[in-house]
Design a protein around this ligand. Sequence first.
Ligand code: SF4
Length: 391
Amino acid sequence: MSQLIFKSECLNAALEGRRASPAEMTDMISLTLNTNNTELLEAASILRMRHKSKTTTFSKKAFLNVVNLCRDTCTYCTYKAEPIQAKVSMMSRRQIDDSLALAKRYGCIEALLVTGERPEERYPQAKKWLDENGFASTADCLVYASEKALEMGLFPHTNAGNLTGDEMAELQKTNVSLGLMLESASDRLTEPGMPHHRAPSKLPAERLAVLAEAGRLGIPMTTGLLLGIGENIHETVMSLDTIRSIHETYGNIQEVILQNFQPKTDTAMRGKPPADRWYLMAVVAACRVMMPKTNIQIPPNLSPDSYSSFLSAGINDWGGVSPLTPDYVNPEFPWPALDKLRQNTEAAGFELDCRFPVYPEFAHMVKYNDLRHKMAESGTDSLLVRRDLWM
Ligand code: SF4
């Protein structure tokens, strides 16, 4: 018997545990954006409290910009560098070691290891960097950085684009989770004139194959969407539905990041408007209704004046926040100070806690005993990080 809280029957049904269809959610987002109807947000708020209560997590991280040369070109990306640019980064073994040591001194828990997509396939400079440091490939460098991070008491989380099954299996020995943004499941965004036209690694089929392979390997994955890059509402909902399907098949999607596009002055998309806040809010709510138990993150630095308002629309995580390093993907947006993040979270009626790069409910997927022991040493009974280590 329906509770009949809402006029929208699909939301009443979702509260009773029925799977929300893409067509219903496309309609609900449109209704939210085109009228004053707030039922989608209210339903998401109920589901968030039901499945996540008041806990809101973040990961205290250091961002290691391991190599930012990239085989691909996405027209919104300022992270990617050319070899002649001052912002280029190709970290030596020594620089990796020193950065990890500094991260440890700053009390970080996570070492986020980021690279461009297979830079050695395009740039001789990247091949030279690998040779000089004795690495066979970018993935080989990431294995080194991950081992070093663990040795120093940090938990690596690698986001290096489309890794092969063998590469992921090797990183699984040191990484409690890996990251790969889907960005969008829309093939249209890979057509001429669209943001992923010159980024073959962003072909949805390629990204989905990697997420599925990670699923077969039993690796918890962080994925998500970049919103406001030219997609339409139907495509956004189909992207969420695709992520939901992967999780229903493999059970390995630990988190969905909903990242709002912010134009960068040095990119081809500099003239495009940033993603609309109300659109982001409606997509967050739709994601919560479609995947009631999933962990949903928005990066607080990309909504500096309004991030706490997303708590009531369904998010339960702020992602990685660093006391030390910039967000190299959005360098113009500093992360909030942890005290401020906690104050704003509490002022909105929620509680802040620190998680490992793997969420508690996915920790059972961590295969290697060494990683489990390290988490047990630093963790609480709830598999979150001990407060004395991050506060
Ligand atoms: S977003 Fe990633 S794949 Fe695209 S250009 Fe930037 S670094 Fe390369």
